[in-house]
Design a binder for this molecule. Structure first.
Ligand code: AHG
Ligand code: MN
Ligand code: MN
Length: 344
């Protein structure tokens, strides 16, 4: 651009040029994802003016009440990404089944998964929400894709990103070569590179967890949070601050900006109802883990690296503990000690 600013399109094209044999398919796919996020941003910004707030009156496959904007954003993603010929299928938090590309369009070699509106309980109170997405290669029969084609470990992702609809709209992306952040310039309708090479500070004094679940937490999580709360009065050499936005995109973005740890751990209530976690592996945990690891952070269930989990079903849920490396390592260590003692 005239003033030396780099648009997201230029950034993606230049990054792809470095990859031998790149055909431009991926660049074009990513451009459509960016367009979908711009459209959702516009809808979120207009809110009540265009009657998109409130309940849809339906439930998704996870039994959660859908907001109007959950449904609309899901549709925006499908319609913006179905026609280009780069995708074989899509899968979304809001749809029970996968969405093979309709027959009137060509099918391509990529798979797209997404959480169209993350943190949607915040939408009616005008607090930050976001979109999370992940791109996988279709390794099976791309002309006839099935849910099984999506069941790839997080380490297989070729791109992950999120859009944050906050005071400004941002897009944060990784293709496995670091993490970069872009801010939407509403005047020209383009995302501009504003946060190159985002890295998570190793040290932190901020934690994020929904403490209303405290009585159900497992001992290692209780131990970690108790220590944070005791700060310098206890075993830690610093005092901690706490934040909980209830929008994973906003929490991860804060952690990428100034460090911290985010926990949505396994707990006794989930166990009792046969649950395996709160957050969804394919639409939330894997893409965010890819971004966090690429920014020098760490992401774990407490017991395993999230990106190495072999997914067993599309809507699988997992415990998530991610953020500054030293803190996540500490929580993982507490799980190890606890499990070893329990086994003895
Ligand atoms: P979604 O709005 O896509 O269902 O996701 C909400 C998720 C996540 O973004 C957030 O961290 C967490 O659920 C909030 O859970 P609580 O309501 O239990 O705080
Ligand atoms: Mn979500
Ligand atoms: Mn959602």
């Amino acid at each position: 651009m005239r003033d030396g600013r780099i648009t997201i399109t230029q950034f993606i094209i230049e990054e792809q040029r470095r990859i031998e044999g790149a055909t431009g398919d991926f660049t074009s796919l990513l451009n459509d994802v960016v367009t979908a996020c711009k459209e959702i941003s516009n809808l979120v910004n207009h809110g009540a003016l265009i009657d998109v707030l409130g309940q849809a009156g339906t439930e998704n496959v996870q039994g959660e009440d859908q907001k109007k904007l959950d449904v609309i954003s899901n549709d925006v993603f499908l319609k913006t990404n179905e026609w280009s010929g780069h995708l074989a299928a899509m899968a979304s938090e809001e749809m029970e089944e996968i969405y093979p590309i309709p027959r009137q369009y060509p099918r391509g070699k990529y798979l797209l998964t997404f959480d169209p509106l993350d943190g949607s309980s915040n939408i009616d109170v005008n607090v930050s929400v976001g979109t999370i997405f992940s791109i996988l290669r279709c390794k099976g029969a791309c002309q006839d894709p099935g849910a099984g084609d999506f069941l790839q470990a997080g380490t297989e992702q070729i791109c992950a990103g999120y859009a944050l609809y906050g005071p400004s709209t941002m897009m944060v992306l990784t293709t496995g070569n670091g993490v970069n952040g872009f801010t939407l310039d509403q005047n020209i309708g383009e995302f501009i590179l504003t946060h190159p090479n985002l890295t998570i500070p190793a040290e932190t004094r901020e934690f994020a967890i929904n403490t209303s679940n405290m009585r159900f937490w497992e001992p290692p999580v209780k131990r970690y949070v108790d220590e944070c709360l005791s700060g310098t009065t206890g075993d830690r050499d610093k005092d901690f601050n706490m934040r909980w936005v209830a929008s994973m995109v906003a929490e991860v973005h804060r952690i990428l900006t100034r460090g911290g740890i985010f926990l949505y751990p396994m707990d006794e209530k989930m166990k009792a109802s046969g649950g395996t976690g709160k957050l969804r592996l394919m639409y939330e945990a894997n893409p965010m883990s890819f971004i966090v690891e690429q920014a020098g952070g760490m992401s774990s269930t407490g017991r395993e690296r999230i990106m190495e989990l072999q997914p067993s079903e599309l809507h699988q849920r997992v415990p998530v503990i991610l953020g500054s490396k030293q803190e996540v390592e500490r929580v993982v260590e507490y799980h190890k000690e606890h499990d070893t003692n329990a086994a003895a």
